[in-house]
Ligand binder design. Structure first.
Ligand code: SIN
Length: 360
């Protein structure tokens, strides 16, 4: 399941997974004193959250691992950690360099939401081109109705609605008092929730729709996914990236517990990369009633889920956008150039997850 629950809401509220989601979710202090000032997030106890960054650091200094964590014996250029009780789950901490993170943040904002890739905006606005550039240029998406024909006897007109980017000055002068609907590109960018690459996923049918027009996954992303998938692949096989879902998270957003179960062969991993603000990931069991494990996901971390791990409910109840917890200082430095400010503005309060799948 993706972004929705198969269990009825009342039941879902009572599961161990849901309770843990609520434990970590962002809630604000709404008492009278603080509401006058800035809304303050209610502090959360993070002491139980598995931290693979510190596991990596202590492993590098003394070769020790905490109980329940092991290191995969494999020819990989950095440690691949496993959870002893979760076969098929792999964590590669700090797998991506800062340059790679910046590259995929930019691609996720500029090229991945470009048609024929679909986004959550398709349902309401049709194919939206050049969203990021339009937001940078403070444009508005304008909806114009044109009369293309009609019946002179009945007086009924045929109207078509077209959309285009316009700047607000152009809009003021060209409309001459006519009203039309418009929405700032910056708002649409903030409301971008997902885009799909390669084979397109049809959320309403919860399946891949191979008849929808699509481009192949970009070669550089394919190469990266193949390399990162290797530790989780059956011996002698190479991962074939055929589809990817890019999730965009703003402050307060969460991804509810779900299974990614629409791919044919669960022995092939999902390669999931984190970019931007730090998040909490919950790895549950085969039932929502199983108590999930919580772990931090930082920019540059890669998670692989294959085999048995693919039967486990998982989700993201929290992202951290405050300076202390977001842990994006290195990204901020790298994106401090004048030309990159637009990316920095976005990512300092956001998280992007790119998860790449072999479908068949
Ligand atoms: C997913 O489970 O589909 C995405 C997980 C993440 O955002 O890290």
């Amino acid at each position: 399941m993706y972004r929705s629950d198969s269990v009825k809401d009342d039941d879902a509220e009572r599961t161990a997974f849901r309770k843990t989601e609520k434990q970590y979710k962002l809630y604000y202090n709404t008492n009278a004193k603080s509401s006058k000032k800035k809304k303050l997030p209610i502090p959360v106890d993070l002491s139980e959250v598995i931290d693979f960054k510190s596991i990596l650091e202590s492993y590098a200094s003394d070769g020790e691992l905490p109980i329940g964590v092991s290191k995969l014996e494999c020819n990989f250029d950095r440690p691949v950690f496993c959870l002893v009780d979760c076969p098929g789950f792999y964590f590669i901490a700090a797998a991506l360099s800062i340059e790679e993170q910046c590259r995929w943040i930019k691609e996720s904002l500029v090229s991945f939401p470009q048609p024929p890739n679909r986004t959550n905006h398709n349902a309401m606005y049709g194919a939206v081109h050049d969203l990021f550039d339009a937001a940078k240029d403070r444009k508005l998406l304008v909806e114009e109705e044109k009369i293309v024909g009609g019946d002179s006897l009945t007086g009924v007109n045929d109207n078509v609605c077209s959309r285009r980017w316009a700047c607000s000055e152009e809009l003021d002068s060209s409309l001459g008092g006519k009203t039309c609907k418009s929405i700032p590109a910056s708002v649409l960018l903030r409301k971008l929730r997902w885009s799909t690459l390669g084979l397109q996923f049809d959320w309403s049918k919860r399946s891949y729709n191979v008849s929808l027009p699509h481009n192949k996954i970009p070669d550089a992303l394919c190469q990266l996914a193949k390399k990162m998938a290797a530790p989780a692949m059956p011996v002698g096989e190479e991962f074939k990236p055929e589809a990817a879902i890019v999730n965009y998270f703003g402050s307060g957003d969460m991804l509810g517990g779900h299974l990614d179960d629409m791919e044919a062969d669960w022995n092939k991993p999902i390669v999931s990369m984190s970019l931007g603000c730090k998040a909490i990931f919950l790895l549950g069991g085969k039932s929502r009633n199983d108590q999930p494990l919580a772990m931090f996901l930082r920019s540059g971390d890669i998670v692989l889920m294959s085999g048995e791990a693919r039967e486990r409910f998982h989700g993201v109840p929290r992202i951290f956008t405050d300076t202390e917890n977001a842990e994006i200082t290195a990204l901020e430095k790298r994106l401090s150039d004048e030309n990159d400010i637009c990316y920095l503005d976005y990512i300092k309060t956001s998280r992007i997850n790119i998860n790449i799948r072999q479908v068949f």
